[in-house]
Design a protein around this ligand. Structure first.
Ligand SMILES: [Zn+2]
Length: 94
């Protein structure tokens, strides 16, 4: 079962793996990219479309968070979120 273009359910039916290199990305459907590498940068690093200073709109620190396969470094996710948000909140297989 494919979760998206980069993540699929492993043959064991519980863990997830990278569709490009086969490395395990998560131990369960509830944490499908828990082993992903993560980098965080200021939200303005997302490109010309993100120019506003988030501090004008919120007291929370806003970051550009990108998550990569720890083996082949394919990009798994890009999001602009509050830094203190749970990095796995939207990454659950049902
Ligand atoms: Zn990979």
């Amino acid at each position: 079962m494919n979760f998206d273009d980069n993540v699929c359910l492993a043959a064991d039916g519980h863990s997830t793996e990278c569709r490009h290199c086969g490395v395990t990305l998560g131990e369960s459907r509830q944490t499908p990219i828990a082993r992903a590498r993560s980098i965080e940068r200021p939200s303005t690093a997302a490109g010309a479309g993100i120019q506003a200073d988030p501090s004008h709109y919120t007291d929370r620190e806003i970051v550009l968070r990108q998550r990569f396969c720890p083996n082949c470094l394919v990009l798994l996710a890009t999001e602009i979120v509050p830094r203190d948000d749970d990095p796995g909140r939207d990454w659950k297989l049902r």
